[in-house]
Design a protein around this ligand. Structure first.
Ligand code: SF4
Length: 249
């Protein structure tokens, strides 16, 4: 059976990403990527060994594509899938505590049809919003290396390029996502990264003509939500601002 080419290097990622004419094709290509040996080994190890609570489940164990409408006005940019979340379910932010917080907030903001997200067949639909990550494979300790980040960047750049006609605002969930925007700005919009780089902060807004607004939000990680660094009210405020910047009122 033949399928899309399997990228095994950054050059392969670049070629496959550039060749994807639409988002469904891009999603399919991403899901076959093997360009980062350490992450391929990790995602497959986690899928084979599993967490006890999910011992009866078949893990996805592959790269996790973006999720949401292909004409989204709002992009939610995260770091990478979680080992027992997206890497288990095959959908970004789905099946972990971060996703529970995020999708409940999207529902309150009128950007999702339901507040829960448990698996790819759970009926979740997003409105005007697409969720994606800077790195598409779950990394050990949530820490991709600079080379893994760079290997994966062409997937992000192509996803943003394909969303470009509708995309009005990108919410960067955390510093890593915020930093990954600058190469995207250059690759997709042909704009130089600002110097010095604007600092990440919750509620920070950055804008250059011709590009979507960039809005900072603390990551929805348990580290932030359990400690109260990021509350539901703070998340609601950011999403309301994103709606407004996207022209959704
Ligand atoms: S992190 Fe990105 S580039 Fe690396 S193997 Fe996964 S999908 Fe491919």
């Amino acid at each position: 059976m033949s399928g899309p080419p399997v990228p095994r290097s950054r050059r392969g990622v670049l070629a496959s990403a550039s060749a994807a004419a639409d988002l469904p094709t891009l999603e399919e290509s991403i899901s076959h990527c093997r360009a980062c040996p350490r992450l391929v080994a990790w995602r497959e190890h986690v899928a084979a060994t599993r967490r006890a609570a999910y011992a009866d489940q078949v893990y996805w164990g592959r790269p996790v594509p973006g999720f949401g409408p292909t004409d989204a006005r709002i992009g939610l940019l995260g770091l990478a899938p979680a080992a027992h979340g997206g890497n288990r379910t095959g959908r970004i932010f789905t099946g972990d505590r971060s996703g529970d917080v995020l999708f409940a907030a999207l529902y309150r903001a009128g950007l999702a049809n339901q507040p829960v997200s448990t698996g790819r067949d759970d009926g979740l639909e997003l409105y005007h919003t697409r969720v994606f990550s800077a790195v598409r494979c779950a990394p050990p300790a949530n820490k991709p290396t600079p080379q893994e980040r760079d290997n994966c960047a062409p997937w992000l750049h192509r996803e943003v390029a394909l969303l470009r006609p509708s995309l009005r605002v990108v919410v960067a969930l955390g510093q890593f996502a915020w930093n990954s925007w600058w190469p995207t700005l250059t690759a997709v919009y042909g704009l130089p990264a600002p110097t010095p780089r604007p600092r990440f902060g919750h509620g920070e807004l950055w804008f250059a003509g011709g590009a979507p607004r960039l809005l900072g939000c603390y990551h929805v990680s348990q580290q932030n939500t359990f400690t109260g660094r990021l509350t539901d009210a703070m998340l609601d405020e950011v999403l309301a601002r994103a709606r407004q910047l996207a022209g959704l009122g």
